[in-house]
Design a protein around this ligand. Structure first.
Ligand SMILES: [Zn+2]
Length: 221
């Protein structure tokens, strides 16, 4: 199934959903690959089926952003294997927030630098950092982790500069999808705080990879 480009316009920005085939954003030194776009599907019995987006950055460091739910373990291993990688090749794992559909496979990566919300650790050693005070955690000059609270109190987003599509922001559940205007507040711990985080993201990024949908392009009106 191919989803045609859809445009959501609100105020200063338009969000243009990309097609299901646009999951790779090559660049130097970092390329961004969406291994699995997340989804959220309400079911007739009142439950909903959901999974978080899984994204891989390759470049000077290899960075995995969100690991999907525990049910994604085999998919994740296979997907890394298809790229000639194993879990030991991942240098950094970022969990955008602590929900089960985003951080279900952390234990595949015990030797990676682990950034989950505001926690930064290597093995059992936790590093002081200033994410809680609103400061970015810099991985290198191209990749940085930014506090983007609202959905939970400790969400972070990963910014990648210098791809062929410009600046890419892997946003976790800061954005559910390209067209989440009627849904994100229901899932937010603090909508007023999240609104500010969303506006900051729309200002900074050319491409946003949301937590439960396909990547979208940000067009300034
Ligand atoms: Zn969540």
């Amino acid at each position: 199934m191919t989803v045609p480009d859809r445009t959501v316009s609100s105020g200063l920005y338009q969000r243009v959903c990309l097609s299901e085939t646009q999951l790779e954003f090559p660049g130097l030194p970092y390329s961004v690959s969406v291994l699995k776009p997340g989804f959220c599907l309400p079911q007739s019995d009142g439950t909903f089926r959901a999974d978080g987006t899984i994204t891989l950055l390759t470049g000077p460091r290899t960075v995995l952003v969100d690991t999907g739910g525990p049910w994604d373990r085999d998919f994740l291993l296979q997907s890394l294997g298809d790229r000639g990688m194993g879990p030991g090749d991942i240098n950094v794992v970022v969990g955008t927030h602590g929900h089960s559909d985003h951080v279900g496979n952390l234990n595949l990566f015990p030797s990676a630098l682990m950034i989950v919300g505001h926690d930064v650790s290597e093995g059992d050693r936790y590093r002081p950092n200033r994410l809680a005070e609103g400061h970015a955690f810099i991985i290198d000059e191209h990749v940085s982790v930014h506090p983007s609270p609202g959905h939970t109190g400790q969400d972070v987003s990963v910014q990648v500069r210098g791809t062929s599509a410009g600046t890419v922001l892997i946003a976790g559940d800061l954005f559910e999808s390209s067209s989440d205007d009627n849904t994100w507040r229901n899932l937010s711990l603090n909508p007023a705080v999240q609104e500010v985080s969303r506006q900051n993201a729309l200002q900074a990024a050319n491409i946003i990879i949301p937590g439960h949908g396909l990547p979208f392009r940000v067009v300034r009106n």
